[in-house]
Write a new protein. Structure first.
Length: 255
């Protein structure tokens, strides 16, 4: 896995299910490995008009990732916070050495179906790479119509699937393992990732790549966003990737 702390930014209209979802995503990780930060939490100097978001968020993130046990960070964007501002901080050169930005996930539920909600909550989701819909097919269609660019995946009314996508799979936790003993050609790995079914919402792991002897490929996929990085092999003996899908029994081709 990466030596940097993995960051997922979660956005979308706040509702009663957001805090339990955040708590469940943290609980899916080994103790102490995952931490969360809400952009309206006054305990971190955030959420008030007198605080400058960039500076306060930069300081809060720096303090959180200073813990050597922290491997995953979930940043929950409040309704009053601009999503691009948060992403700009996470991707700043100052934090690039300690953070690995995986992408932005929008989450919405049946509360959006309320006519009083209007179009604004959906508009806030348009900058996400992946949108998880905790509702019926009609709500998913409404989100797709309003947000044509992000990948929109229905996950049902419960919290578990959405929490797994936010947390990411791994050994001893959840997710479907894709294992290959021999090194794979880089072009073949890229083609395999591009051909994954859209229901594969997230994929994490390390791969042995023929073109990179003595090194490993750090593979990340969140929605349609794919990144393949290079890191020291660290004793990696085989390719092992973990896929989190939004429905069971999704067929995965051999790598």
């Amino acid at each position: 896995m990466s030596s940097r702390v993995e960051v997922v930014v979660v956005a979308g209209p706040r509702g009663p299910s957001r805090e339990p979802l955040r708590a469940r995503a943290l609980a899916l990780a080994p103790p102490g490995e995952a931490v969360a930060l809400a952009t309206d939490d006054p305990a971190w100097g955030l959420g008030c008009d007198c605080c400058e978001l960039r500076g306060a968020l930069l300081a809060a993130v720096t303090r959180l990732v200073a813990d050597p046990a922290a491997r995953r960070l979930l940043i929950d964007v409040a309704d009053a916070t601009a999503l691009p501002d948060v992403v700009a901080v996470v991707q700043s050169p100052y934090l690039a050495r300690v953070l690995e930005f995986l992408g932005t996930v929008g989450v919405c539920d049946d509360a959006l179906a309320d006519a009083e909600a209007g179009p604004r909550p959906l508009a806030r989701l348009r900058r996400a790479e992946l949108i998880l819909v905790q509702g019926d097919a009609a709500l998913a269609d409404r989100v797709r119509a309003a947000c044509p660019e992000p990948r929109v995946l229905p996950v049902g009314p419960g919290l578990e699937v959405a929490a797994q996508v936010l947390a990411g799979g791994g050994p001893g936790r959840f997710g479907r393992a894709v294992v290959r003993e021999r090194p794979v050609e880089l072009a073949d790995l890229e083609a395999w990732l591009d051909a994954l079914p859209p229901e594969v919402a997230r994929l994490d792991g390390d791969a042995l790549v023929a073109q990179w002897p003595g090194r490993r490929a750090v593979v990340r996929k969140l929605g349609a966003r794919v990144r393949i990085g290079s890191a020291p092999a660290g004793g990696l003996a085989e390719t092992r990737l973990w896929a989190v899908t939004t429905r069971p029994r999704v067929a995965l081709a051999d790598l």
